[in-house]
Design a protein. Structure first.
Ligand code: NAD
Length: 196
């Protein structure tokens, strides 16, 4: 999965570049002004922003004028943030393990301190975990994946919502997997975080 880095030009990366703006428009219910590229003054956090869909989401948001916090455990966050800044956008890279409550709360606070508000949270960080038959799955490995895919979605959302509630606006978008809708004896933790 980590092969889908920001320098990768494989079909999945192309898919992400196409689908993320569409997801943002459809699921986040942007205003008409936003659809025409006016996200200036808006602030976004993208977890899993170092690679793949998350990195493409950072680019898509920044292209529309939003300031972006690129949050991930991978050091490629710096490349994503530098690319945005060199294009004239606003971004900061914040090393964050989404399963760590203290790191997540610190990252959200740094976002508000740096950019003044918080409008969008995109939960993209994930690990695929052990995709094997349930009776063969290693409990410890499954638990570690769940701590990223489940708690790693809950914690950023929990930390972001007070700021959004205080503002009176905000959007949270969580990526999941189509596997969440397909019965299988090999359930992966990422498929369990079905957005409601
Ligand atoms: N790529 C696809 O075709 C596809 C299809 C359906 C669903 N999805 C879902 O989209 C999401 C992202 O997919 P992707 O292909 O971009 O994955 P990816 O592996 O390319 O990127 C995931 C990112 O999450 C980061 N990450 C992992 N553990 C972390 C942690 N503890 N804290 C912070 N960051 C962490 C990784 O470093 C990586 O940058 C996943 O939830 C995946 O299930 C992807």
């Amino acid at each position: 999965m980590r092969g889908r880095g920001l320098v990768c030009r494989d079909p999945v990366y192309g898919f992400a570049k196409y689908i993320v703006p569409l997801l943002i428009q459809m699921e986040v219910s942007l205003t008409m002004a936003d659809r025409h590229g006016e996200l200036s003054g808006r602030v976004a956090i993208v977890t899993g922003g170092a690679a793949g869909i998350g990195a493409a989401a950072c680019d898509a948001l920044a292209e529309r004028g939003a300031a972006v916090t690129v949050a991930d455990v991978a050091e490629e966050i710096n490349e994503v943030a530098d690319r945005i800044k060199s294009s004239g956008g606003a971004a900061q890279a914040v090393t964050t393990d989404v399963s760590d409550q203290g790191q997540v709360e610190g990252m959200v606070q740094r976002t508000v301190d740096e950019f003044g508000r918080l409008d969008f949270l995109l939960n993209v960080a994930a690990v695929s975990g052990p995709i094997v038959n349930v009776w063969l799955a290693d409990p410890q490995a499954w638990g570690q994946a769940a701590s990223v895919d489940l708690f790693g979605t809950f914690m950023p959302t929990r930390a972001a919502l007070p700021h959004m509630l205080k503002q009176g606006s905000g959007r949270v978008l969580t990526l999941t997997s189509g596997l969440g809708y397909i019965p299988t004896p090999r359930p992966a933790p990422t498929a369990r975080r079905r957005p409601e």
